[in-house]
Design a protein around this ligand. Structure first.
Ligand code: AMP
Length: 364
């Protein structure tokens, strides 16, 4: 029986471990929190910080293949381990995504369009970049930003002062894209094939993914085909294998690369019940050397993220049960209003049906 090591024991690690178990694969996870969600399901646990080289080595020793669900694993720790143990995705896709400037340069170099951008290191540089890109624009820290943290939208001169605190660290200024909607491409590559999950429409609230509608209304087959072709060519040109999620802005028949993460993605949770195979399962198949399966959507789906503020509503919906209502609660011991506590996938569900039947159950 094979064992997969997972760096990170959050909800993504939990769902990797659940799929691994269904496929008869053991898991061992490493996380600093003793009550990390994945620990409830995986076969072995290592409680240690992400930069604990000895603990990470122990994880590698116990595993046939190692993956990560946490994207800020430091290269200084991972690179030497990747030389000695089987970490098939390696450090490259993490390295390419850990700095927003490098990430956008890499996206451009390998076939994606991105919003116009400029590196910004100080106030004078910010003024120069604003003069070049114009308002509105978005200032973001180059590293460690997530879910809208570490960024500010600048709409006029009056917003410049508010943004200055961000410049304590190197930043990037991006042109603001007045997109129709956001979407993501979740791909898994094994060195020969690249499989891509159906593309949905992502809706954010408070900077956090709130809803995902699949298929995305208004997304033409032609545009979907171009997104998939660009994503696949990108994977091949970068030489990436394993899983990669690319977030896109979509307007009319154009799309732009926003950011990427070499791990399963929140917008892909719906694949567990709405697709012939799911993002976690294909990642496990890749890690264990099984041939990849091309995903096929089996039902229209809506995924609702459950943050702390909607936890009670989600528990009530779980208790009611019902066809096509799939409630996942991650078992986190502490709930906070904006913490991701679970998600619900509604299958055989459209945006209209969701708005009429379910939206009012959650905080508006
Ligand atoms: P990020 O952390 O880069 O994914 O940004 C968080 C959210 O901010 C995105 O999901 C978008 O809704 C918004 N955003 C980020 N960058 C831009 C941009 N260049 N133009 C418009 N909206 C943006």
């Amino acid at each position: 029986m094979k064992t997969i090591g997972i760096i990170g024991g959050g909800q993504l690690g939990l769902m990797i471990a659940e799929e691994a178990r269904r496929l008869g694969v053991r898991t061992v996870a490493l996380d600093p929190a003793p009550d990390a969600p994945a620990f409830a399901v995986c076969d072995e646990r290592i409680v240690a910080p992400y930069d604990d080289a000895a603990a990470l080595e122990e994880l590698c020793r116990r595993s046939d293949a190692v993956t990560y669900e946490f994207e800020n694993v430091p290269g200084g720790v991972l690179v030497p381990l990747a030389e000695k143990y089987n970490i098939p995705q390696g450090f490259r896709p993490l390295y390419d995504s850990q700095d927003r400037l490098r990430e956008k340069e890499n996206a451009w170099a390998h076939g994606f369009e991105t919003p116009a951008y400029a590196a910004v290191d100080d106030e004078a540089g910010l003024r120069r970049a604003v003069a070049q890109l114009g308002y509105p624009c978005v200032l973001k820290t180059r590293t460690l930003g997530y879910d809208g943290h570490g960024q500010a939208v600048l709409r006029s001169e009056a917003d410049l002062d508010k943004a200055l605190p961000l410049l304590a660290v190197p930043c990037i200024l991006e042109a603001f894209v007045d997109f129709d909607y956001e979407a993501s491409l979740v791909m898994v590559a094994d060195g020969e094939r690249v499989v891509t999950f159906p593309v949905g429409r992502n809706v954010h609230r408070d900077g956090i993914l709130d809803l995902c509608f699949v298929p995305a209304e208004g997304l033409s087959p032609e545009l979907t085909a171009r997104m998939r072709a660009t994503g696949e060519a990108f994977m091949r040109a970068c030489g990436y294998t394993g899983i990669l999620a690319v977030e896109l802005f979509v307007k009319g028949d154009r799309f732009w690369f926003n950011e990427m993460a070499p791990r399963p993605h929140n917008s892909g949770h719906w694949t567990i019940e709405g697709c012939s195979t799911n993002q976690y399962r294909e990642l496990v198949r890749y890690l264990t050397g099984e041939p990849l399966e091309e995903p096929r959507q089996t039902a229209p789906a809506v995924m609702k993220n459950i943050l702390g503020r909607d936890l009670e509503a989600a528990r009530a919906i779980a208790a009611e049960g019902g066809d096509g209502v799939h409630v996942h609660l991650y078992g986190k011991s502490e709930s906070r209003p904006l913490r991701k506590m679970g998600h619900i996938t509604f299958t055989d569900m459209t945006a209209e049906k969701y708005a009429a039947r379910w939206a009012e159950r959650f905080e508006q």
